[in-house]
Design a protein around this ligand. Structure first.
Ligand SMILES: Cc1cc2nc3c(=O)[nH]c(=O)nc-3n(C[C@H](O)[C@H](O)[C@H](O)COP(=O)(O)OP(=O)(O)OC[C@H]3O[C@@H](n4cnc5c(N)ncnc54)[C@H](O)[C@@H]3O)c2cc1C
Length: 283
């Protein structure tokens, strides 16, 4: 299965909320599947200090081969990889929109996004069918009695595409934790999801989200659940839904998007590895 790899050039940058930068990129190459499904995930490749453009192994028919070529680049020149979601592809173009949460300068992705300017270049790996769900979201949602989507602002680009793909007949409840009210974004959907915007205030990441879902009166029947955001919060939500509400594990699609006080380069913790095992078992 080919792993798509392309260079991106910034063509537009906008603050859609005080803490979210929407960057529009023109891709060198983009196949028709890009933007055709919700929740498409990519790895962005950021240049190292002193580089204008990241050093990028070419596209490969063998994803492991690409990754080995990536690892063979000396560390000082090897691009930093960070995961993002395609918010939207502009119809009829090779332009894609990606929304970056501006969480400070501690990480290369957020620091880059805070200063992004037209003409800058990144690399993009994916989206790949390798990482697509076995059952497309719209089918999983249509087969359920109701849908639950829960996440923080890093999950909001994916949530926005998922509510856009909700079948109109299936009730849906959405919980999004944001820093404050100014971070709300319009969500467009052909369905009528009930959306709860939860301001974090000074609370720890994910605490308000977990508490809100725990306290919620949720619809009856078998749901399809999608969870993403800070890994500890995602873990707590999944535990609550499985142990506290009897939701079958197979009905929950969950991903830790970031880890409090750990970067995406830091080694996985024992809990991360256990989550990965569970995800594999459920796929
Ligand atoms: C499949 C997937 C899709 C994702 N989609 C998006 C997306 O569309 N938009 C988006 O903004 N993010 C998205 N994320 C999350 C993003 O990859 C992480 O937030 C990542 O850590 C950002 O990289 P960085 O270089 O800024 O920070 P890192 O170098 O990874 O981390 C540096 C420090 O910042 C902290 N940190 C990281 N993220 C946050 C945060 N959001 N709030 C507060 N502190 C943080 C870390 O705990 C660490 O202490 C996605 C993640 C995954 C796995």
């Amino acid at each position: 299965m080919t792993l798509p790899v392309t260079f991106l050039e910034v063509v537009e940058v906008r603050r859609i909320t005080p803490r979210t930068a929407r960057v529009v990129f023109e891709a060198e190459a983009l196949d028709d599947s890009v933007g055709a499904a919700p929740d498409q995930q990519v790895k962005l490749c950021f240049p190292r200090p002193g580089q204008q453009v990241p050093e990028l192994p070419p596209q490969s028919a063998d994803p492991m081969g690409w990754y080995q070529a990536y690892l063979a680049i000396p560390e000082a020149a090897r691009p930093l990889l960070r995961s993002f979601t395609l918010r939207r592809r502009r119809p009829g173009t090779r332009q894609v929109e990606i929304d970056f949460v501006l969480h400070g300068d501690a990480g290369p992705a957020a620091a880059w996004a805070a200063r992004a300017a037209v003409g800058q270049r990144l690399g993009m790996v994916g989206p790949s069918a390798l990482y697509a769900p076995a059952v497309p979201f719209a089918d999983a949602a249509a087969a359920a009695d109701w849908v639950l989507l829960a996440g923080d602002e890093t999950a909001l680009p994916a949530v926005a595409t998922l509510v856009g793909a909700l079948p109109a007949a299936v009730p849906a409840v959405v919980f999004v934790e944001i820093a404050d009210e100014a971070e709300r974004q319009p969500l467009e959907s052909g369905a009528e999801p009930v959306v709860h915007w939860l301001s974090r205030g000074g609370a720890a990441p994910g605490a308000v989200l977990v508490e809100a879902v725990r306290a919620a009166e949720l619809p009856a029947g078998r749901p399809f659940v999608w969870l993403a955001g800070e890994a500890g919060a995602v873990r707590a939500l999944r535990r609550h839904l499985v142990d506290g509400r009897g939701v079958p594990k197979a009905s929950i699609d969950f991903t830790g998007y970031w880890r409090h006080r750990l970067t995406q380069d830091d080694a996985p913790t024992a809990e991360d590895l256990a989550d990965a095992q569970e995800r594999l078992a459920g796929s």
